[in-house]
Design a protein around this ligand. Structure first.
Ligand SMILES: [Zn+2]
Length: 143
């Protein structure tokens, strides 16, 4: 992964929700993430019909991430989700981090690479707001 194509999410906003997936193995988690991604992607496609010609990103569960909850390699159409965050923050991972990363892919598909490496610029923020999400680039999830 290179820094250029990747949105990494370090620290910031306070998170109080916590879910647990202690009993969910990686295969089950992968299936759940893919199902949720398909649903979210459909919603994005309804909002932006141009998106219909693009496939939803492939989801990769990354076991090494310790600071990055999620990232999107837009040119590869791949979203990485940090496995270690799911144990304590499953709900946030699904409700906040996954849509955040998908919004990067939507932004790229519709608008191309961001200027000056501004991954959380105006086009990305507009997508987040239109989707009903806080356009916040950071998280404060601790693992
Ligand atoms: Zn981001």
């Amino acid at each position: 992964m290179t820094g250029v194509q990747t949105c990494a999410l370090p620290i910031c906003f306070p998170v109080t929700i916590s879910g647990t997936i202690e009993h969910m193995n990686r295969t089950e988690l992968q299936a759940k993430l893919e199902a949720k991604t398909a649903l979210l992607w459909e919603e994005f496609c309804e909002m932006y019909p141009t998106l219909c010609k693009f496939d939803a990103p492939k989801i990769v569960i990354n076991g090494r991430f310790t600071k990055t909850a999620g990232c999107c390699e837009v040119e590869q159409n791949i979203v990485h989700m940090g496995y270690k965050f799911f144990a304590k923050h499953s709900a946030v991972m699904f409700a906040v981090i996954l849509p955040h990363e998908l919004a990067h892919q939507v932004d790229y598909n519709l608008n191309g690479l961001p200027k000056n490496n501004r991954w959380h610029g105006s086009t990305w923020r507009k997508i987040m707001v239109e989707f009903g999400l806080e356009p916040n680039p950071y998280h404060s999830l601790e693992i």
